[in-house]
Design a protein around this ligand. Structure first.
Ligand code: NAD
Ligand code: UGA
Length: 497
């Protein structure tokens, strides 16, 4: 018994996962025709244009090389289903916004509609691969829908093959992944389907990095991997609050802790809070699963990862207001970076949205600059989160360069760790700002000593920075960040002197 040969791959969902994943498969398997389809015609048109809908370093070149050769983008979902031997389901699985499980469970309506479409259109043998992130046992629902529509002409195998790419490094992650996970049915047909998918990945990924397991372990592993990553960020962010209150420096603590081989140095960068379309959604999904399984203590454990993240965003936003003498009404504030991380134009769940909304609510005027985010997207996000389109129209300006955003601003707020922010001419920026001029570095990427020398008042995450001005609220409160000092923190600050 051996794997079957794949000549045509179909992928339903041309988003951040479907597009880049299939581009890399097409690059590495030039003999396989890869057809990526989406019901969103505008998105498909972008995939067929010079301006791809997704910004990822290295992706343009791969798409250019493969598109029209063995990589095709279209809206013809039925054609992709008919012609493919193997079909990836790569549609979105957002948090439910209605009905039972609202705000927690994953909304599987897109996955189900794809499964029904496959059941309706497919003829012959197909391997259906669940690439979207889904709750445990979703493959069963897909298999049940397919089985209910099975005829003598078609036969299906359903596999779980979750994706682990991170935005901004998608191409690198796809070319050289830490692991490929494939879960399948424990049967001869299941084994053959697993081997068939393995044979595609083996074209460029060493066999030892391709892990096979049962379907439910594979589905759960994806949720757990994201939960673990997010948990580390919330852990270090929780520590950052302790650092600000005590005079410890969270970067030093992270370095000391991460040097322990058992802990490791990755994902210990304290920040204004994690964003992105998946961490929060997948943890909430895990919480919902635990609640459904009557495991309230486990649900509570994971929910705290999200709660700390909300706390961190809120803490940072409040600190900006406190430091600016407890009012930002009418003040101009420059938001530098709007994407949820560098090297992507994606703003889903970006901390910048939350921080901006808080400042708008306090009456600030915002000038926003991000090197990759579409200006319309900034406005859409802020309208959506505030529910106040007029306020956004009157109070927000999206700028084409960082100097324009900073001109006349009382404060610069770094929300995304774009490299370009490290090399700006801060003397020039300082000269064009009213004094005292503030920098709130939510990403810990700037040279705070240099900025302080220039004359900026600098606030950052998890560290107290020496202040130049004696009128600075932090100076008044014994150097304990801005705002109200906690009693323990005040005592610690006293001891510092
Ligand atoms: P996305 O929203 O960017 O793309 C999903 C696409 O599916 C959309 O373009 C949508 O129009 C299309 N779609 C939905 N239903 C369809 C249907 N019935 N027929 C045709 N097209 C349909 O989502 P994404 O970021 O690519 O994420 C997809 C899945 O992968 C999610 O489950 C997500 O959790 C998971 N994931 C995402 C990332 C990431 O970095 N974004 C990484 C790993 C896993
Ligand atoms: C994350 C995972 O890293 C991927 O493995 C996974 O496939 C993906 O989610 C998914 O399922 O969607 P992504 O959200 O694209 O990828 O980006 P990350 O690099 O994980 O960053 C997420 C957020 O955490 C960003 O806002 C980032 O700035 C923040 N972060 C990351 C920190 O604040 N500190 C860190 O140390 C690391």
């Amino acid at each position: 018994m051996s794997e079957s040969t794949v000549t045509t791959i179909g992928c339903i969902g041309a988003g951040y996962v479907g597009g880049p994943t299939c581009a890399v498969i097409a690059l590495k398997c030039p003999d396989i025709r890869v057809h990526v389809v989406d019901m969103n015609a505008a998105r498909v048109a972008q995939w067929n244009s010079d301006k791809l809908p997704v910004f990822e370093p290295g992706l343009d070149d791969i798409v250019k090389e493969c598109r029209g050769r063995n990589l095709f983008f279209s809206t013809d979902v039925d054609a992709a289903i008919e012609e493919a031997d193997l079909l990836f389901i790569s549609v979105n699985t957002p948090t439910k916004t209605y009905g039972h499980g609202k705000g927690r469970a994953a909304d599987l309506k897109y996955v189900e509609s794809v499964a029904r479409n496959i059941a309706k259109v497919a003829r012959g043998n197909k391997i259906v691969v669940e690439k979207s992130t889904v709750p445990v046992k979703s493959a069963q629902s897909i298999a049940d829908i397919l089985k209910a529509n099975r005829t003598s002409q078609n036969k299906f195998q359903v596999l779980s093959n979750p994706e682990f790419l991170a935005e901004g490094t998608a191409v690198r992650d796809l070319l050289c992944p830490d692991r490929i996970l494939i879960g399948g049915e424990d049967s001869a047909d299941g084994w053959r389907a697993i081997q068939t998918l393995c044979s595609i990945y083996r074209r460029w990924i060493p066999a030892e990095r391709i892990i096979t397991m049962n379907t439910w372990s594979s589905e759960l592993s994806k949720l757990v991997a994201n939960a673990f990553l997010a948990q580390r960020i919330s852990a270090i962010n929780a520590v950052s609050a302790v650092c600000e209150a005590t005079g410890a420096d969270v970067s030093e603590v992270a370095r000391a802790v991460g040097q322990d081989g058992r802990i490791g140095p990755h994902f210990l960068q304290a920040s204004v809070g994690f964003g992105g379309s998946c961490f929060q959604k997948d943890i909430l999904n895990l919480v919902y699963i635990c609640e459904s399984l009557n495991l309230p203590e486990v649900a509570e454990f994971w929910l705290n990862v999200v709660s700390i993240n909300d706390y961190q965003k809120q803490r940072f936003a409040k600190r900006i207001v406190n430091c600016l003498f407890n009012t930002v009404a009418g003040k101009r504030i420059a938001i530098l970076g709007f994407a949820f991380k560098k090297n992507t134009g994606d703003t889903r769940e970006s901390a910048a949205i939350y921080v901006s909304a808080h400042l708008l609510e306090e009456g600030a005027r915002l000038t926003v600059y991000d090197p990759k985010v579409d200006p319309d997207q900034v406005i859409r996000d802020l309208r959506h989160v505030t529910g106040q389109p007029e306020a956004v129209r009157d109070q927000v300006e999206v700028c084409a360069d960082p100097y324009e955003a900073a001109r006349g601003a009382h404060a610069l707020v770094i929300c995304t760790e774009w490299d370009v922010f490290q090399t700006l001419d801060y003397r020039r920026i300082f000269a064009a700002m009213p004094k005292p001029a503030y920098v709130f570095d939510g990403r810990k990427i700037l040279n705070h000593d240099e900025l302080t020398k220039i004359g900026f008042e600098v606030e950052t995450i998890g560290k107290r920075v020496r202040h130049v001005s004696s009128s600075h609220p932090a100076a008044i409160t014994n150097g304990i960040g801005c705002g109200e000092p906690e009693p323990e923190a005040a005592a610690a600050a006293e001891a510092d002197h």
